[in-house]
Design a protein. Structure first.
Length: 333
């Protein structure tokens, strides 16, 4: 199998989150043709995960996994001598191609890893959550995200925070008759920015991004509502952070935590360089699929951009690395 050609075939199938059925059907058919026993795991409506297992080892010790969905918009593939371009080349369709080729090569060595490709990672990890309800008993999970072929020693968690301020409208000429929700929100954001966030000596600091601010009705009206949405990239537990936020903002705004993905430390290898993944992955939602490893070709810095790409040399090197990891982990199972 040619991983470069396979990557382009995958990229050319639009699979924005929620619309993964076509690429899932393509993958299921291709993997069946390559000799895998393929199962489609229902997620919702026409969405499904794809699980491919070797007939020789239906309960493998190692499973390679990544996601089929992409962020919008769909960008078809093209290539030059060094790179493949298009939506999903590094996040994560090139990784699907590299993992599939590695599984085929390992088959020739009588090592039979499984393949799990899920939906929904870019939005809510729904595919991973459903897959987690149906584990197959493997000891190790090799998850693929663009880490430039370095092993992540940790993946930062995510805590999404929403602040909702309520006030009372009045004419701006008479502010004493109103109660500005925007003033409350400004004070709350100031306190958030001054708040101490935990650090990890190996991983580094937690970080805060205020991503959305909205509110008010007109320049000459005292605002009766305002809202802010922010994201904290976590190192360590979120429990203390959440308590501190609630205590600091009590009586000022309402605080909600609509999404939380935990911080995780990961397995590494002496022979492979390491990095810290500041982004989140499906790994916390696949806790029943074995001890996790995180590594993949491509750079997270070009993922989600209009010129997303993957280096061809790095893609082919990933095949060798996945083979190496598959051998080491299978020997330890």
């Amino acid at each position: 199998m040619d991983p470069i050609r396979f990557t382009r075939e995958l990229v050319d199938i639009e699979s924005i989150t929620g619309n993964e059925a076509q690429v899932g059907d393509f993958l299921a058919t291709r993997l069946s043709t390559l000799g895998f026993n393929v199962q489609k795991g229902p997620v919702e409506r026409h969405r499904f995960n794809v699980l491919a297992l070797s007939p020789e080892q239906p309960k493998p010790p190692v499973v390679f996994s990544t996601h089929m969905d992409t962020v919008p918009p769909h960008i078809p593939s093209w290539e030059d001598d060094r790179r493949i371009y298009g939506r999903g080349t590094c996040d994560a369709k090139g990784i699907i191609a590299a993992m599939t080729e590695a599984a085929l090569r390992l088959r020739g060595e009588r090592i039979h890893p499984g393949l799990l490709f899920v939906v929904g990672e870019e939005r809510d990890s729904l595919g991973a959550m459903i897959a987690n309800e149906h584990p197959i008993g493997n000891k190790f999970l090799v998850n693929g995200e663009p880490t430039e072929n370095t092993v992540a020693l940790a993946s930062k968690g995510t805590l999404r925070v929403e602040l909702i301020a309520e006030g009372r409208m009045a004419h701006s000429a008479y502010p004493e008759l109103g109660d500005s929700a925007i003033d409350k929100l400004i004070e709350a954001l100031y306190r958030m920015r001054k708040m101490h966030l935990p650090q990890d000596p190996e991983v580094g600091p937690s970080t805060l991004n205020i991503g959305v601010i909205e509110g008010g009705r007109a320049p000459n009206v005292i605002a009766d509502h305002a809202r802010a949405q922010m994201l904290i990239r976590l190192v360590g537990s979120s429990d203390e952070i959440k308590r501190n936020i609630i205590d600091a903002l009590r009586g000022l705004v309402r605080v909600e935590f609509p999404l939380e993905i935990p911080f995780v430390k990961l397995r590494t290898f002496r022979s492979l360089p390491t990095m810290v993944a500041a982004f989140t992955t499906d790994i916390p939602k696949l806790s029943n699929w074995g001890e996790p490893v995180l590594i993949g070709p491509g750079s997270i810095h070009v993922a989600h951009t209009e010129k997303e790409f993957i280096e061809k040399e790095q893609l082919m090197r990933a095949v060798d690395i996945y083979c190496q990891i598959g051998r080491e982990l299978s020997a330890q199972a």
